[in-house]
Every structure is written in C-alpha cells, then in structure tokens.
Design a protein around this ligand. Structure first.
Ligand SMILES: CC(C)(COP(=O)(O)OP(=O)(O)OC[C@H]1O[C@@H](n2cnc3c(N)ncnc32)[C@H](O)[C@@H]1OP(=O)(O)O)[C@@H](O)C(=O)NCCC(=O)NCCS
Length: 274
C-alpha cells in the first residue's frame, strides 16, 4: 500500500465536494456535500484548504481530511475514508501526518468532534492521542405552545458574536464559538431580551435550528433562557425546533426545562495538545 496526500487546494471545489460525499458513504447521518454546502463550510468554519489533505492510495483519491485553523489551534473539521479503504490503517496514517503537519505549522492544540455512536472514529482519535473534553448533546421539539407575551429585539448577528466571544464558555465547541457565529449571515437572525441572546436559522422554514444561545453571566439562574425560547416559539408558531448535537452537556438543562427531547446522537468534543 503506497499512501500519499496532496493539499486539498490543488483540487476543484466540485471534486472535493464529491470526494467528501463518497468518503462519508454509510455514515450514521446521511451526508451529501454539494458545492454551495462546501463553500459555506469553508467560510463559516475557517477551513484552510492548503492545510487540508486529499488522501491517495497509488493514484486513487481514497479520503479527505479538512483542517480549520484559528491562531494556535486547528480543528479536524471532517475526516472520511472511502468505504473500500476503511479499517486498513489509512485513518491512523492520515492522523499521524496531520498531527505532525500541525506541529510544523507552530500550532499548539488540535480539536475535533466525533459522534459517540461511531466506534471507528472514537477508537481512531483516542489511538492517536485525543482525549475527551465533554459530551455534546442535541434536542428537538415539534410545535411547542406559543403563548409568550415577551417582545424580542432583533439585533445584528455580529453583536451576538461579540457577546458570545466575551461572555460564552471559553472552550465552546468550534461551531458555537464567537468566531464561527461571526460568520453567520441572513436568513439566520439574532434576537435578544435583556441579557439573553440567541441565533436561529431561517425562520421562514418549517424546521428552525437554534444556532446559539447565551445569557450574560450576571443574569444567569433567573430563567431568562426559557423566557427567550418561549418568546421565539410565540413569534414563529407551528415550527419544529432543533438543537444540533454540538452543545455542551452541562447546558442541556436549558433545553430539557422547556420540554425539548434529547436526540439519540451525541458527540465527544476532543482535544490533543501538540
Ligand atoms: C472513521 C474512519 C475515518 C477511520 O478510518 P480507518 O482508515 O477506517 O481507520 P484505521 O483503519 O486506521 O483504524 C483505526 C482504529 O479503529 C478501529 N476500527 C476501524 N473500523 C472500526 C469499526 N467499524 N468498529 C470499531 N473499530 C474500528 C481499527 O481496528 C483501528 O484500531 P486498532 O489499530 O487498535 O486495530 C473511517 O472509518 C471513515 O471514514 N468512516 C466514515 C466517516 C467517518 O466516520 N468519519 C469520522 C467522522 S469524525
């Protein structure tokens, strides 16, 4: 087996999107990456195509590893091997290379999230030295009651991002961090009530994702997140609300408190010092 890799920047966006889709074949959550989806991932998550790698066996592309970078930290944003090449050591080989390349770039930590119910992924990352920071959980709620009288104030998403960067948990998962929130744009919208803030996906759709929720430290413990979410349910009635499994488990109580149901899929937020 001759394994090699090339920077993803040497490939077209459509070739990378196609390779990603093939590399995630049979995944726990169906993955279909189109060019627009990949463009959004690159911009929002800070993926660096010059540091990302296409994995090659002989002359055939058999996998992809997407690397996002911010300051001294990088994140394995996606890693997939085509089904015919799995469980033969390619993942281990690729991770060893990626860790050495990150060290050579002067980075100090690599992060990732892996679905807890994906034994191959969890085993691979623990084998190459990643340790668990915390479990990340998600929730869902269909057509909640909409009887709140509280008024939501719409704010610029950049204002929310500044608040998250300042008041949020310092080691929030990459996708919830202020730096990622800063990259969100309409039709997503941000709202506040007093010291409680949130970001939601397009409210015109039947399914809406809660993409960020924050209560400033001085106002925590007073039920403000519930007031905020109930006001959202009232403003946009008859929707199905989603919280993707990227929220720290210790925040889960705010969603449970308003009757949301926990999703069966959870993730491990993991880190490896370099
Ligand atoms: C997860 C994935 C990247 C691992 O790559 P790989 O090339 O199959 O990994 P390796 O062959 O190097 O195996 C790594 C370890 O996992 C183990 N492993 C592989 N497949 C496994 C499975 N289905 N169940 C349990 N363990 C498994 C291997 O035995 C090995 O451990 P060992 O060295 O102690 O024997 C690959 O399976 C894949 O692309 N899956 C689909 C996409 C995906 O899940 N990506 C990860 C998302 S974060």
């Amino acid at each position: 087996m001759t394994l090699s890799s090339k920077p993803a920047s040497e490939y077209s966006i459509s070739a990378l999107a196609d390779l990603m889709t093939r590399s995630f074949e049979g995944y726990i959550v169906p993955i279909h990456i189109t060019e627009p989806v990949l463009h959004t991932m690159l911009r929002r998550d800070g993926i660096d195509l010059t540091a990302s790698r296409v994995l090659i066996k002989g002359t055939e592309a058999i996998g992809i590893a997407m690397i996002a970078r911010r300051g001294w930290t990088s994140r394995l944003a996606a890693m997939g091997i085509t089904s015919n090449a799995r469980a033969s050591g390619v993942g281990t080989w690729a991770m060893t290379q990626l860790i050495e390349e990150a060290k050579a770039r002067g980075e100090k930590e690599m992060l990732l999230e892996v679905i807890e119910q994906n034994p191959a992924g969890v085993k691979l990352y623990e084998k190459v030295g990643f340790t668990k920071i915390r479990r990340l959980v998600g929730y869902k709620l269909e057509n909640p009651p909409s009887d709140s009288k509280h008024e939501l104030e719409e704010i610029d998403i950049r204002e929310l991002a500044r608040q998250v960067a300042y008041h949020g948990i310092q080691d929030l998962p990459w996708q919830l961090s202020g730096a990622t929130i800063m990259q969100h744009t309409p039709p997503s919208c941000a709202f506040r009530i007093n010291d409680a803030y949130c970001l939601i996906s397009n409210p015109e759709a039947t399914d809406i994702a809660i993409q960020s929720i924050l209560v400033k430290a001085r106002s925590r413990g007073a039920g403000l997140s519930e007031v905020l979410m109930r006001a959202l349910f009232a403003k946009f009635p008859g929707k199905t609300w989603h919280v993707s499994p990227i929220y720290p488990e210790e925040m889960g109580f705010i969603f449970e408190h308003i009757g949301m149901e926990r999703e069966p899929i959870s993730q491990w937020q993991m880190s490896r010092k370099l």
